[in-house]
Ligand binder design. Structure first.
Ligand code: NAI
Length: 238
């Protein structure tokens, strides 16, 4: 899985490991704290520094995974960059490109390289972490929202293209969670304001999304594909 060195990804990794998955973590930052924690709890995990925009680094990761396991069953594309707020017309081309490259192209490159290993699974799963901002159209977040819209678009097409291989492809999103990524741009009052718009006004936790991902990764979810599912306490209804 990608982007598990911090934030929501670490919880997703730990949840999947607790259900018996052997975790292979890639992140542009050191993810060894998470893989060590999984191993201490009796699970299996490795982590590797890898930027999802580098085909060379992704290839090195895929080769290492192939040598250790020979196949993968679940791919979680969670790595992403989060956004502050700025009017759309003030965005420089490079800034828009950064969101598209990491959030969309990164997920595409990782999925394309891992696909041959996923095909060897009897029930492959691709789970992409998107964002409900695609539906909400959050003002000031054009590049981020567009990049996550592209992830949802990719999810839908791959669901159709990979169905005959028995691979399901879904997108998921949490409510607003106070992670290093969000706290870099938003203060707690923004997170509280988002919480108050939910039907269930509890704070969204990484564990909520991790539980949804664990379900989508399970055999029970073999007929769920091409969907975008939220674990956001009813913050956005669609
Ligand atoms: P975070 O910033 O705390 O964690 C993101 C992780 O992705 C970090 O470990 C980071 O090193 C890694 N990463 C970033 N760019 C990378 C790259 N180029 N290559 C490899 N790894 C890279 O963010 P958070 O909040 O945990 O977000 C995780 C995912 O959830 C993201 O895709 C984000 O868009 C999505 N999300 C988060 C929400 C929130 O409220 N926290 C809401 C909706 C979606």
């Amino acid at each position: 899985m990608t982007g598990a060195a911090s934030g929501i990804g670490g919880e997703i990794a730990m949840r999947l490991a607790s259900e018996g998955a052997s975790l292979e973590i890639l992140d542009r930052n050191d993810g060894s704290a998470v893989s060590d924690q999984i191993r201490k709890a009796g699970g299996t995990a490795n982590s590797m520094i890898c930027d999802v925009t580098s085909e060379e680094q992704i290839d090195a990761f895929a080769q290492a995974v192939d040598q250790r396991h020979g196949r993968i069953d679940i791919l979680v594309n969670n790595a992403g960059v989060l956004s502050g707020r700025a009017p759309w017309h003030t965005l420089a081309r490079d800034e828009v490109n950064r969101f598209i490259q990491v959030n969309f192209i990164g997920s595409f490159l990782v999925t394309r390289r891992m696909h041959p290993l996923l095909k060897k699974s009897h029930a492959g799963r691709i789970i992409n972490v998107a964002s409900r901002t695609f539906y909400l159209g959050n003002p000031g977040m054009m590049a981020y929202v567009a990049s996550k819209g592209a992830v949802i678009g990719m999810t839908r097409v791959l669901a159709r293209e990979l169905g005959d291989e028995g691979i399901t492809v879904n997108a998921v999103a949490p409510g607003m969670i106070a992670t290093p990524g969000t706290l870099a741009h938003s203060k707690q009052d923004v997170i509280d304001e988002s919480r108050m718009k939910q039907a269930i006004k509890k704070s969204s936790k990484p564990q909520d999304l991790a539980a949804l991902i664990a379900f989508l990764a399970s055999d029970d979810a073999e007929m769920i594909t091409g969907q975008f599912i939220l674990a956001d306490g009813g913050g956005y209804l669609h």
